[in-house]
Design a protein around this ligand. Structure first.
Ligand SMILES: O=P(O)(O)OC[C@H]1O[C@H](O[C@H]2O[C@H](CO)[C@@H](O)[C@H](O)[C@H]2O)[C@H](O)[C@@H](O)[C@@H]1O
Ligand code: MG
Length: 274
């Protein structure tokens, strides 16, 4: 990829600021609350929803950072809550799933939007339709359904047209969510931004400054809220993307390296203190 000189400088500046913000957590951990997207942010993008690999040290790294932050670390994902939670084994972090339509607070209480309309029938129609597109994967997430064309990009336009049509049929309680090589129909009365606000209204997040890290269109809602509340927003971008995020990092691997360093520092501080 090539950049104009000014664009390159701006990109380098935002990338540097993304790293600096995260390293700053260690200086005053009581100040910050960290909100992390999963796919494309903590975990590398794979060919299919189930093809992802969770790096073996990631759950412990997140646990260390969560402890450093007094528990003020939450996962905010488009995945179903139960699926995303299982990725981290025995660690159960506060988490928002389905772009905010379901949420488990720090106290363990789970809130979910109610199902509305005959969504089951609509999901069947989408699944039937997708059988005509070899390689397009349908991911049924309960209150949401996604059609992934990563393995069959030739169907992008058809998937887009059909999912747009079905999102209209689903009515105002649902919306079309665009993402990385995916079109999804999901509840409209939720967003990652609202999930972030909800976490921040409760301990241990209350009174802290948010740092939101994400990689995709759905994350713009949490970037907006983090920016509004005087916090930071960091976009993971392999290639330059339009975003309201105020900072950037070049890859999920880069983010994991920073989080790994923070976790190591915390472990070392624990050893030095004992
Ligand atoms: O909000 P996130 O945690 O980033 O979740 C967003 C969506 O991620 C998954 O799809 C994406 O990742 C897949 C695995 O790498 C990839 O194959 C797909 O092309 C991406 O769109 C997940 O399957 C969706 O349910 C999430 O909404
Ligand atoms: Mg993502």
């Amino acid at each position: 990829m090539s950049y104009e000189p000014n664009t390159l400088q701006a990109t380098l500046d935002t990338v540097q600021s993304g790293g600096a913000i995260l390293y700053d957590i260690a200086r005053d951990p009581g100040r910050w609350a960290l909100f992390l997207d999963i796919d494309g942010t903590l975990i590398d993008i794979a060919d299919s929803p189930d093809g992802i690999t969770v790096p073996p040290d990631l759950p412990n790294t997140l646990e260390q950072i969560s402890q450093l932050l007094g528990g003020a670390l939450a996962l905010v994902t488009g995945r179903a809550l139960v699926y995303a939670d299982a990725l981290f084994g025995s660690h159960h972090f506060p988490i928002a799933g389905l772009h905010g339509a379901e949420r488990r607070s720090s106290s363990g209480e789970v809130q979910r939007l109610e199902r509305s309309g005959d969504f089951a029938a609509l999901k069947e129609r989408i699944t039937d339709q997708a059988r005509q597109w070899p390689g397009v994967l349908v991911e049924d997430k309960g209150l949401a359904i996604a059609a992934h064309y990563r393995q069959a990009p030739e169907y992008q336009q058809q998937v887009e047209a059909v999912m747009t049509h079905f999102a209209e049929l689903a009515g105002p309680d649902y919306m079309l969510q665009r993402g990385k090589m995916v079109l999804e129909i999901r509840p409209s009365r939720a967003s990652k931004g609202e999930a972030l606000r909800a976490f921040l209204s409760e301990p241990p997040f209350q009174g802290r400054i948010p740092i939101a890290v994400g990689d995709d269109l759905t994350d713009e809602a949490m970037f907006r809220v983090a920016n509004e509340l005087g916090g930071h927003s960091i976009r993971i971008e392999e290639t330059a993307a339009q975003s309201i995020a105020t900072s950037a990092l070049p890859s999920a691997a880069g983010l994991r390296a920073i989080l790994g360093t923070l976790a190591q520092q915390r472990k070392q501080a624990g050893k030095d203190a004992s």
